[in-house]
Design a protein around this ligand. Structure first.
Ligand SMILES: NC(=O)c1ccc[n+]([C@@H]2O[C@H](COP(=O)([O-])OP(=O)(O)OC[C@H]3O[C@@H](n4cnc5c(N)ncnc54)[C@H](OP(=O)(O)O)[C@@H]3O)[C@@H](O)[C@H]2O)c1
Length: 166
């Protein structure tokens, strides 16, 4: 993606595309599977990115879409907990796949990331940090002010259950 000042048509188009896939796509798939997931008391695992925490300005549209999908995951987590469903957010750092082929930085293997995601789900971790780069942020995120606020907001839903998700 070319660098831009954040207002050019190229970023606007890129933003629409990224939101279509990473936000509305995630929302649509979740809605489609909700009846099945409710019956099986299943889990939703949303593969996000550390760019949900801090935008990488080289890829603003991608970063915005991952932050939005993280926010969606937090809301769904609180709204669906009463139905016995768990929502996991995977805050992934660089992984050695086609997507990051052009980046000359240390990357985790896809196999190790996949394993860490399954481990995190098994351990019941709400937010999963599946690689060495993201793992370095795990403790400060879990004990930080933003996570505390998420829990505080979630308690409002527990106190007053709502019928519809998102
Ligand atoms: N690689 C990283 O460094 C990294 C870091 C953080 C987070 N992630 C996240 O990890 C997830 C997997 O990415 P990856 O690294 O495996 O990337 P990848 O190797 O480029 O694979 C992307 C996958 O998404 C599919 N896809 C792309 N656009 C789609 C669309 N419009 N509708 C349906 N499927 C679509 C592709 O399908 P086709 O093969 O059919 O094109 C492909 O299977 C993504 O959510 C990504 O944001 C990756």
């Amino acid at each position: 993606m070319p660098r831009s000042n954040g207002t050019s048509p190229s970023i606007s188009l890129a933003l629409e595309r990224h939101l279509a896939v990473n936000l509305f796509g995630t929302y649509g798939v979740t809605q489609a599977f909700l009846p099945l997931l409710t019956r099986s008391r299943g889990a939703i695992v949303n593969v996000l990115s550390v760019t949900a925490f801090a935008a990488l300005p080289l890829i603003p549209a991608y970063s915005i879409s991952k932050a939005a999908a993280f926010s969606l995951s937090q809301s769904l987590r609180a709204l669906l907990a009463g139905r016995g469903m768990r929502v996991h957010a995977v805050l992934t750092g660089p992984v050695d796949t086609d997507m990051s082929r052009g980046l000359d930085i240390p990357k985790a293997s896809p196999e190790s990331v996949a394993r860490a995601i399954f481990d995190g789900v098994e351990k019941g971790e709400e937010d999963i940090f599946p690689d060495p780069m993201s793992q370095s942020m795990a403790e400060s995120w879990r004990s930080g002010a933003a996570k505390a606020l998420e829990r505080q907001y979630a308690a409002l839903v527990e106190a007053k259950p709502v019928k519809t998700a998102a």
